[in-house]
Design a binder for this molecule. Structure first.
Ligand SMILES: [Zn+2]
Length: 85
């Protein structure tokens, strides 16, 4: 059955972009958005229903830090564990 043009759903903050018309996931979005920053938009055609929609990318950048000393400790600890075996 053909759905009406107004019959769609907007998806927010999903792991994978989904078609607003049929819910089909857009695979390999990371490839499409490679090198793009937060707020980048791409218009794609759904593989399933063939309709056009726009994907808006949200990028969450996370950082971890540690000192050189801490790294050394982890290395020595791993070596000690290894010797015990
Ligand atoms: Zn679709």
């Amino acid at each position: 059955m053909m759905k009406k043009e107004t019959d769609y759903k907007a998806w927010d903050y999903e792991d994978e972009p989904k078609c607003p018309f049929c819910g089909e996931e857009y695979v390999c979005a990371w490839e499409l958005f490679r090198g793009e920053s937060d707020g980048a938009e791409k218009t794609v055609v759904c593989d399933d229903c063939g309709r056009e929609y726009t994907i808006l990318q949200h990028v969450d950048v996370l950082y971890s830090t540690y000192t050189q000393e801490k790294m050394e400790e982890k290395y020595l600890e791993a070596r000690r564990k290894h010797k015990r075996r």
